[in-house]
Design a protein around this ligand. Sequence first.
Ligand SMILES: *Cc1c(COP(=O)(O)O)cnc(C)c1O
Length: 380
Amino acid sequence: MGLSKTIWATPSEYLAKEEPENPVLFFSPATLQATARRFLDGFPGLVTYAVKSNPDEMVIANLVAAGIRGFDVASIFEIDLIRRVAPGAAMHYNNPVRSRGEIAEAVELGVRSFSVDSRSELAKLVELVPAGSEISVRFKLPVAGAAYDFGAKFGATSELATELLAMVAQAGLVPSLTFHPGTQCTDPMAWDAYLRAAAEIAHRADVRIARLNVGGGFPAHRLIDVAPEVETIFDLIDRVTGEAFGEDRPALICEPGRGLVAESFTLATRVRAIRDDAHVFLNDGVYGGLAELPLIGIIDRTEVRDAHGQRRDGAPRGRIVFGPTCDSVDRLPGELALPGDMEEGDFVVFHGMGAYSTATVTRFNGFGVLDIATVMRLTD
Ligand SMILES: *Cc1c(COP(=O)(O)O)cnc(C)c1O
């Protein structure tokens, strides 16, 4: 990934001047810091950032500048990154499966908070982490609401979580609970169900939990007609935690990835060809910055700019859109409504592209070079 030293005013200024052949992600530090402040002001507890959603050092540095003091890390690489870019920040190692070597290295690097969802991994932690460490038992519920099911890979059933929580307390470690309602979770009632289940698990285990981590999953603005209000979710979390736990109310943590970072990046792709006036071929696709679209649905917050950066406003026409590789899977889901006057060489610009874009891009078929440019603001 190339990083330009210049700070541009807007993406369209860059597109007109540079006419880039590679896809470009435009990063607005101002947008990222404003989003971080929204979480810091509104969430009734500690706001941490899930590094995997976008591990760019500029992202981490701007989150620290905005006041983020904790990070959800899942690998030694991410722990090293946070130690370097955000020294002194809290690190929560919330990947419930780790090798013994990884646990030992994390302890060495100062990590004192771990999640767990099984007896075998709890036994490893009890053996290897120092006294005073926090162990958060991760549980799952069969709850709908998110874009895809996070519970398919991680999370103990309520019964097992009750058993694990009691074991953590018995081992003399700091007992906590954690869950993840699933990414892009647009239904606030998912948190309602999880919070009440957490109180029930703590009650049945007869353990007063130190902290409750309510996960990531906070939705980003993907569809024009669905602008999520995270404040509604924050208020619900605050109220339901009080109702469910009463006097045993734990300290709260959240660990958003997408909700913090998505809005601060805009992706500009270029039209390589419009084949016989029908299908559109872009220079980026599902093996690159658009990897998530087939998994969690389309982003319809798009605009088309001509080679001079001017916005096209022809009547929309539904098009099948392909990415650049020779793999037929490399296609955006459904059809995209794109201006009828769109031409080869135009730019198709996707907003809200900061999460799971740079992080998951591949070099498949020789494509996947994404440039990053810093801008003052993302819209004209
Ligand atoms: C990925 C992940 C997150 C972030 O999820 P988002 O949906 O991006 O907010 C938070 N916590 C854990 C444990 C994760 O694995």
